[in-house]
Design a protein around this ligand. Structure first.
Ligand code: BES
Ligand code: MN
Ligand code: ZN
Length: 508
């Protein structure tokens, strides 16, 4: 991962050096600091605004060279439209947008003056913390394999954007600092998830992935890693079948965070698909963009990132994260199309396509999660189907659930966090599509409704009415389009969504 920017908070006071960033709302109406600078520069700011017809629209900028006597290297006006309309997501994006305009060339002293132009009394620290998180997330890049770019040198092409330090001035810096402690934990979790998704599969196999999960021990998260022998003993033949063709071992990692203590009751369980590489197995995928399948562990990456966040911010919740780690390879020992395998639940599965492996992984890990923890609810994340990309593109993750309330809560959390989910149906007619001639079920449902039949398959491993939701993140979890808060291939999707979901529903 890239070096992160050191962010600190300070009280509002005139900025006398370095680069300064100020806000403008519609008009433009400058913030008090902006007005002061405009005055000190003999009206240079408003003159430039007029000349360039600058209106303070969201995500627009006015970049000004100020008179030397002010001592500033740069004055950047950031348009924000109407800040009264801002929620968490907008503040986050504002931070990202601002970070995108800054670079190492702005030197050491960048100060962001976070004042509301149209509302003199500022609110608490939440907004500043959210802006800081946006800065943190936008600044991320995965550059560990770039040997030629002299890292962090501000004149090197690859690292021209590294920003060493940012001071955020705001009305209540103490509150901002407090709020950012939790947001920073979240930022770290997202970045951890991105690092895992971006990492190539020769470096990050099941064993290495488990080792990264194990590191959460240091935060007070209890981590247990089960090897093939232990999985076999538990009867996890579905998970094991996926790894049979690979030279790498299959594993499961269980991360337990008891932040609410024994009184907190049963945990929330979060389950992730961790296929460290998906060739398709004997039902091999075409060569074009198979390389993307290093990201087929984005669900598991999200779970590790989330558990990091919960531990690092000492979340008052009991939560357990479980990930199935396995590589799907073709070989003489690989599972074949037509094979019938067993599962921990006792149900038999006819494997008609070895590329529909994610559901086999989840079948056993979901079952184990319920047997072992009797959780309040289970949410799983998986880059499960290409069909979800056909249905929803890269804008929404697919949501499938047996529980309306859980669905609602996830949808709401997604809206606030800016990681959106869209619910799709389940039903008995879809379930019929995975009936097998010779086993309890088959692992493919035919040409139509591929994301739904995959979800139906998972639902067969959910015990009587455990509230359960499945997020299909094949479209949102990897190969991400660039956004205000992410420019990396691996977006770390789901960490913000689930952190918000847990904070809003289990910590209050
Ligand atoms: N990992 C893939 C799904 C995927 C596709 C993730 C594109 C990210 C981007 C999954 O294991 C898979 O191969 N699914 C098959 C299922 C089919 C064989 C029923 C698919 O979507 O084609
Ligand atoms: Mn596959
Ligand atoms: Zn897969």
């Amino acid at each position: 991962m890239s070096k992160t920017t050191t962010i600190s908070f300070a009280a509002l006071s005139p900025v006398k050096q370095g680069a300064v960033v100020i806000l403008a709302e519609r008009g433009p109406v400058l913030s008090p600091a902006g007005k002061a600078l405009d005055k000190a520069s003999g009206g240079a700011v408003m003159r430039a605004a007029k000349q360039r017809e600058y209106k303070g629209k969201k995500k627009t900028f006015l970049d000004i060279l100020v008179p030397e006597k002010l001592g500033l290297s740069r004055l950047l006006v950031v348009g924000a439209d109407e800040l009264k309309d801002y929620g968490d997501r907008e503040w986050l994006e504002l931070g990202g947008v601002i970070r995108g305009k800054l670079s190492g060339r702005d030197g050491q002293g960048v100060t962001l003056v976070l004042e509301r132009p149209k509302k003199p009394h500022e609110s608490g620290g939440e907004e500043a913390a959210q802006v800081a998180l946006g800065v943190m997330l936008r600044g991320y890049s995965f550059d560990k394999y770039k040997t030629k770019a002299a890292k962090n040198k501000k004149d090197s092409d690859n690292n021209a954007t590294h920003l060493e330090r940012l001071t955020i001035q705001c009305a209540n810096p103490a509150a901002a600092r407090r709020a950012f402690a939790a947001r920073k934990a979240l930022g770290e979790g997202v970045i951890l998830a991105r690092d895992l998704v971006n990492e190539p599969a020769n470096i990050l196999g099941p064993r290495e992935f488990a080792a990264r999960a194990r590191k959460l021990d240091g935060l007070g998260v209890k981590v247990q890693v089960l090897d093939e022998k232990a999985l076999k003993k538990l009867g996890m033949d579905a998970l094991l079948a996926v790894g049979e063709g690979s030279a790498k071992p299959t594993m499961m990692a269980v991360m337990n965070w008891q932040g609410a203590g024994p009184k907190g009751g049963k945990p929330v369980a979060i389950v992730g698909k961790g296929v460290t590489f998906d060739t398709g197995g004997i039902s091999i995928k075409p060569a074009a963009s198979m390389g993307d399948m290093k990201g087929d562990m984005a669900g598991a990456a999200c779970v590790v990132g989330l558990m990091h966040t919960l531990g690092a911010r000492k979340a008052k919740v009991n939560a357990v994260g479980l990930i199935g780690l396995v590589e799907n390879m073709p070989s003489g020992t690989a599972v074949r199309p037509g094979d019938v395998i067993s599962s921990m639940s006792g149900q038999s599965i006819e494997v008609l396509n070895t590329d529909a492996e994610g559901r086999l992984v989840l079948a056993d890990v979901l079952w184990y999660a319920q047997e072992q923890f009797k959780p309040k609810c289970v949410v799983n994340l998986a880059t499960l189907t290409g069909a979800i990309l056909v249905a929803l593109g890269k804008e929404y993750a697919g949501l499938f659930s047996n529980n309306d309330e859980l669905s609602e809560n996830l949808s709401k959390a997604g809206e606030t966090a800016g990681e959106k989910v869209w619910r799709l149906p389940l039903g008995p007619k879809y379930d019929e599509m995975i009936k097998s001639e010779i086993a309890d079920m088959k692992n493919i449902g035919g040409r139509y409704g591929g994301s739904i039949t995959a979800a139906q398959f998972l639902q067969r491993f959910i015990q009587n009415d455990t509230p359960w939701a499945h997020l299909d993140i094949a479209g949102t979890g990897m190969a991400a389009p660039k956004s205000d808060v992410n420019t990396s291939w691996g977006p770390g999707f789901g960490v913000r969504l689930l952190d918000r979901f847990i904070a809003d529903n289990f910590e209050k």
